[in-house]
Design a protein around this ligand. Structure first.
Ligand code: PMP
Ligand code: GLN
Length: 380
């Protein structure tokens, strides 16, 4: 039968991780930490398993975890989400994104995607029968920025959804208050919904604050806000996250959720609920990663790679045009094979791949891993 996703192949993250493993390269490609999570978190999950928390939890998530999430969002961003009707625990942000898109986008409607974009958005839009409409970020002196005038111009009578992602994968750019205001101006008086992918919410550097959509009443009233415990607690393999959305949107979300996964891993939910009471791990995360960012950037200063800003996330983009005129995909392969360090081509985050001479490194690695990579990259 004809494919539902004819353009989709194996994701670039899988491809580059496989190549890194094959070549024995330091893997700064796929975004995941190469260090373990807090043993206290493992203990909390083990306790839940030992205590018999091993059967189906409620469809929307374990009440204690939903309450902890609501409490946290209230404390950090000042918006109250009702734990019963407005927060749903999901199998990672990926499932939250797919489910949010499936529950609100009707066939023939349009969703605006700002590129470069995380790779799961477009297939989700296509599975819903919707049409992605692309607007490209612009690379300015201060880094990648969203041209809101172009987003406004992309809105049509069919626009149902605008997807935003800050802090942003892959560019490491962060939306500021002015970005949020510009977005609010665009959607005011329309039926457009927002899907806000905030999985890197705790990785904003240099003293800036995360402009969660939850802070902004007007936007929050029409938004699905998605986050992931995988990023926050160094457990990307646990695949657990959540969506916060007003009751009416959450009700629609849950209609799809219950036939998508129905429920999410019980002991991990109990473990997280117990562990989340202590805010220190997420409050300290920006400092933890900023130090790694700076270590990595300092090491690259002496190379011909031009560092782009990394204001958030655990990604660092570099312009390699002084080193090579290979395409981004070819350069990433060459770097992995010949230099022993894997990276991700930023072109992979575009529907119509464009060459900017930029690749992405992930610095969520032990200092010794970063130093190993820097030793190898010093030859550039
Ligand atoms: N959105 C973005 C921007 C991401 O970088 C990731 C992590 N790969 C996800 C969503 C998916 O998160 P999860 O692993 O929780 O599904
Ligand atoms: N979010 C991770 C990245 O951008 C990878 C997740 C995945 O492998 N799908 O590298």
């Amino acid at each position: 039968p004809p494919s539902r996703l004819p353009k989709v192949g194996t994701t670039i993250f899988t491809v580059m991780s496989a190549l890194a493993a094959e070549k024995g390269a330091v893997n700064l490609g796929q975004g995941f930490p190469d260090f373990n999570c807090d043993p206290a978190l493992v203990e909390a999950v083990s306790n839940a398993m030992r205590d018999g928390m091993n059967q189906y939890p409620p469809m929307t998530g374990v009440p204690a975890l939903r309450a902890a999430i609501s409490q946290k969002i209230g404390a950090l961003y000042g918006r109250h989400y009702d734990a019963n009707s407005e927060i749903t625990v999901t199998a990672g942000a990926t499932q939250a994104i797919l489910t949010a898109i499936l529950c609100c986008l009707h066939p023939g409607e349009e969703a605006i995607v700002i590129e470069p974009a995380y790779d799961s958005y477009v297939p989700a839009i296509e599975l819903a029968g919707g049409t992605p409409v692309f607007v490209q970020m612009e690379l300015r002196e201060a880094g990648y920025a969203t041209p809101w005038d172009k987003v406004a111009a992309a809105v049509t009578g069919k626009t149902r959804l605008i997807i935003i992602n800050s802090p942003h994968n892959p560019t490491g750019s962060v939306m500021r208050e002015a970005d949020i205001q510009a977005l609010a101006d665009i959607v005011r008086g329309t039926n457009i919904l927002i899907l806000s992918d905030e999985v890197y919410e705790h990785m904003v550097y240099d003293g800036a604050r995360h402009e969660s959509v939850c802070r902004h009443q007007e936007l929050a009233e029409r938004a699905f806000v998605v986050s992931s415990f995988g990023k926050t607690y160094h457990v990307t393999g646990w695949k657990i996250g959540y969506v916060a959305a007003p009751a009416a949107l959450s009700a629609e979300f849950r209609k799809v959720h219950q036939f998508n996964v129905f429920t999410v891993n019980t002991p991990v939910q109990h473990g997280l609920a117990a562990y989340m009471g202590n805010p220190a791990p997420y409050l300290e995360l920006a400092g933890f990663y900023q130090r790694k960012r700076d270590l990595f950037r300092d090491g690259l200063q002496s190379t011909r790679l031009r560092l782009l800003p990394s204001d958030g996330t655990y990604f660092q983009c570099v312009d390699y045009s002084a080193v090579s005129d290979l395409s981004e995909a070819e350069f990433s392969k060459w770097l992995t094979t010949e230099m022993g360090v894997a990276a991700i081509p930023v072109s992979a985050f575009y529907d119509d791949p464009r060459e900017s001479g930029i690749v992405r490194f992930c610095f969520a690695k032990k200092d010794e891993t970063l130093k190993q990579a820097l030793d190898k990259l010093a030859r550039l």
